[in-house]
Structures are given as C-alpha cells and as structure tokens.
Design a protein around this ligand. Structure first.
Ligand code: SF4
Length: 478
C-alpha cells in the first residue's frame, strides 16, 4: 500500500493528500488504520454530530485484490451509542478507492450548505448537493450516476437519505447496490456535516510483484468461495438461507424478541423469497459468491397502473421487519424494506424500534394520545407504513422520537424492560443464547459481525463446553 491518506475539511472545502506508509505497516488492516486515524484526529468527548467529529474510511492491504475482500470500514463516534462507531460495507467502494490509489479518507468539519464529495482519481472536490438534498437514498444514487458516470470509469456512490439529513441516530449510509454502512448512525454523522454523498472513481491499477504466488493464493481463495457448500447456499439463497435453520433451533427473534419461533417462517424463508419475488443475484465488486438477493416489488398505485421497484433483501431485514413485526409475506416485507431504504434508516434499528412501539401500545405503556389515533398491532403492514410515513414527515412528537431509537423512546415513554438494545443499539436477529447476549453487551460496537457469540451458541447445541472455555472463545474472538 502507498499509505496515501486523503484529508478533506468540509468547513473550508480544502483537501490534501499525505503519504504515511508507516501508518499502514504499524497498523495492519483497514480497521486498525482507521481506528488510529480516529484517535489522532478525533476526541472521545466530542459530540458525534459536531463539525469537529471526524469520519474515517479505510481499506486494507488485501482489499479488492482477493476474492470477497470487498469491505471498506468507516470509523466515527456513534450518535446512537456515544461509543465507537465501526461499520463495514461492501459494494464497489473498496475497489474504487483502490483504483484511486488512496488508502484512507479523513473527513472533518462541516459545510454550511448541502454538498457531496467527488473524488476522481486523486483529485477531490466538494460540490453542491443543493438540487438533490431531500432526495431518497436510491434517487440520490441515480442522480449522481447520471451526472458523473464516464466511459471506462466505474463509480462507487455512498449516500444518505432524508433520515440522515434529519440527523436520525439510526440513519445509515447506503453504498452502490443496497450495501450499507449500517448500525450506529453514520448517516446522521454525514448529515451533520451537510454531506449528502461521496462519489468516487479511479483508473489506477496495482502492480503485482510476484504474479505466480498471487495467482496461486487467488485461486485457492476463489475455490473456497465458489466451491464450498456454505458459499453455494449463500449464492443461491443469500443470508435469508438462515431463516429456517434459526427458526428450527428457536433462535429466530419474533415479536420484539418475545420468542425464538415464528409460526409463518416457512412463508418468508429464503426459499420462499427465491420462488416468489427474486429476480437477480448480484455481487460486491471482486466477489465471486454473489450473495446479494434482489427482488421485484410490484404495486398498484392507481386503477390499471402498477409500479415496480427492485429491492435488495437479506436475513437481517427479514427478521427486523418480518418476524419482529409478525409480517408473513415476502411482498409485505419488501414494502417495508423499500420504505426504509428510501429514508436511509438502518433496517434492524427501525424494525426493532417499531416492535418496541407495538409492544408499548399493546401493553398500554403508550396509547392513542401518543400515536395520535394510530393503532399499532403485530402483522399490520399498513400501520407500520403509516408510522414510518409520519416519522418521515416529522408528524407528531412520538413519531419524531421513534427515529431516535428504542433506548431513547423507552427512557422517555417507559417500557424499558421490553426495550431491546445493547448500549443503545438495537440487536441483530439472533435469539440463540447467553453467548450472543454476552458478546453484544461487551463487544465494542454491541452488534453482530464483530463477535461470534451467536455462532458459539449454535455450536453448543451439538456439544457441551465448560463455561470457562466459552468465555475463553469469546475473549479470543474479541
Ligand atoms: S457479494 Fe455477498 S459474500 Fe460477496 S462480498 Fe458482497 S456481501 Fe460478501
């Protein structure tokens, strides 16, 4: 790696590139480098939405060079938990960064007007986003692609939706074809800087010093990705392949984590989505697995008139707005996901918060005075769409509060004992046992993917393991 770091100060609109090879040899991997940059340029006491709070993006030495090494990491202070915000996204961002020759980006300051960042090769420009501020996340992607795409240069676009503009701490940043810097509120941090999007493209290449060794390692990894049964499952069904196995072990969180079994799981399984609504499998750049599942949602908007929209789905959204809200058809789940995608919320956070609101309503913790006449009940897609419509329009105090997350709402309205969150972050879709809970409580970002608690719980179904050994494995993973 060159160790090139692009610094952008949105307050002044100025940028510069510094070469810091030592940073990338002392700290191995994008996450380590980005964490170090966050320490250097940030402060743990700074308000996450202050102009002084930095956002760091980084890739690692293998990014975009080996199969499935597709992730870019974002580091920031989370407005949802107040702790470290670490988020990883696939798509084309890592490949585009690699093609620019830039290894990390440090964004500081805040613009006084809506802007987007256009990184073309090693030139970075802060440009006006005034004409598309307020647009949905998918529309922003379309607008920027039409405006910026050049022949022979593939763009990657990271953007926020209106939720990020409203500084919702559960707002995410969407990357290319429905990949996300999810969880922890990167969308709000970008919104606080008036930064609507980052568009990036380059045309550089990487010189390989030992092409024979590179080819051999590449082939080994490629075979592992393409030929293993595990990855075959993910290619064919994607992560929704996990719906039925988790349901079978009573680990599929249902109706605000009240139980781990959803009676209609078979109707919203990966297999059901594939049969009924799937139209495409796509992949992050440089990934031969292609686990991303895309469905087509067809909706009637007037007599004899239909619209169609493509919606990407994964296991986590199916859990968050499916089993958590007791929604039993792929079409209804897609309608909810599509709404969330447009607004740019983290789907897990929104689904969990709607589940909390439903339980709060059904238990009498809140009533129609708070919901202004809207009745919330499990399985009622229309009420959830209406709730999200009101949130997006800022209609009513309760609905404005909902996009601040479960922890905030429970602290204000009550129902803390059924508010599902760890350190302020709504959980992922695993009700597998105590190891998942422990690693979410103790994990740096309180979420899945950076711990193995939920997979350890599943291994323990097959064998006994002394508690000390379980703790040792958790610590090792951490
Ligand atoms: S296509 Fe799927 S398996 Fe491949 S990098 Fe993207 S998310 Fe991972």
């Amino acid at each position: 790696m060159q160790g090139r770091v692009l610094f952008i100060d949105l307050t002044s609109g100025k940028s510069r590139i510094e070469e810091d090879g030592g940073l990338f040899t002392e700290f191995l991997g994008g996450t380590a480098v980005a964490t170090e940059l966050l320490f250097r340029h940030g402060n743990a006491e700074t308000d996450p939405l202050s102009p002084l709070a930095p956002v760091i993006f980084a890739i690692g030495p293998f990014s975009a060079l080996y199969p499935a090494a597709t992730k870019t990491v974002a580091l920031f202070r989370s407005p949802l938990t107040g702790e470290l915000g670490e988020s990883h996204a696939g798509g084309r961002f890592a490949a585009a960064l690699r093609e620019t020759g830039i290894d990390a980006i440090v964004i500081t300051g805040a613009s006084d007007r809506p802007v987007f960042l256009h990184i073309d090769g090693q030139e970075a420009k802060v440009r006006s986003a005034g004409t598309f501020w307020g647009q949905s996340a998918p529309a922003t992607d379309r607008i920027l692609r039409e405006a910026l795409e050049q022949k022979g240069r593939k763009l990657s676009i990271v953007r926020i939706g209106p939720a990020g503009e409203r500084l919702s701490p559960m707002a995410c940043a969407t990357v290319d074809s429905s990949r996300h810097f999810g969880r922890l509120g990167l969308g709000a941090v970008m919104g606080s800087k008036n930064l609507k999007a980052i568009a990036i493209s380059g045309k550089g290449s990487v010189a390989i010093s030992d092409s024979e060794a590179y080819g051999s390692i590449y082939q080994t990894l490629y075979d592992r990705v393409v030929r293993s049964d595990e990855m075959k499952k993910y290619h064919e069904l994607g992560t929704p392949a996990n719906v039925l196995p988790l349901n079978a072990i009573r680990g599929l969180p249902t109706r605000n984590f009240a139980q781990g079994f959803f009676e209609n799981a078979i109707r919203i399984s990966g297999e059901a989505f594939l049969e009924e609504v799937n139209v495409q499998h796509i992949a992050c750049a440089h990934c031969p697995c292609g686990c991303i599942q895309v469905a087509e949602l067809r909706e009637k908007f007037a007599p004899a008139h239909y619209s169609t929209v493509r919606v990407s789905y994964d296991y986590e959204p199916i859990f968050a707005v499916g089993t958590q809200l007791s929604i039993s058809t792929p079409q209804e789940i897609l309608r909810l996901i599509a709404f969330i995608e447009k607004q740019g919320w983290d789907c897990m956070s929104m689904g969990n918060t709607l589940a909390w609101a439903t339980e709060a309503f059904l238990s009498g913790t809140i009533g129609e005075a708070e919901t202004e006449g809207l009745s919330l009940s499990y399985g009622d897609t229309r009420s959830y769409l209406e709730a999200m419509q009101r949130i997006s329009e800022g209609k009513g105090v309760f609905f404005r509060d909902l996009e601040k997350g479960t922890a905030f709402c429970a602290s204000k309205y009550g129902g803390d004992h059924f508010a599902m969150h760890y350190g302020g972050l709504e959980p992922a879709g695993y009700l597998t046992g105590e190891n998942a809970v422990m690693t979410w409580v103790a994990g740096v970002r309180h979420s899945h993917l950076d711990d193995n608690g939920y997979s350890l719980d599943q291994k323990l179904l097959m064998k006994d393991m002394p508690l000390e050994e379980q703790v040792r494995m958790q610590v090792e993973e951490a």
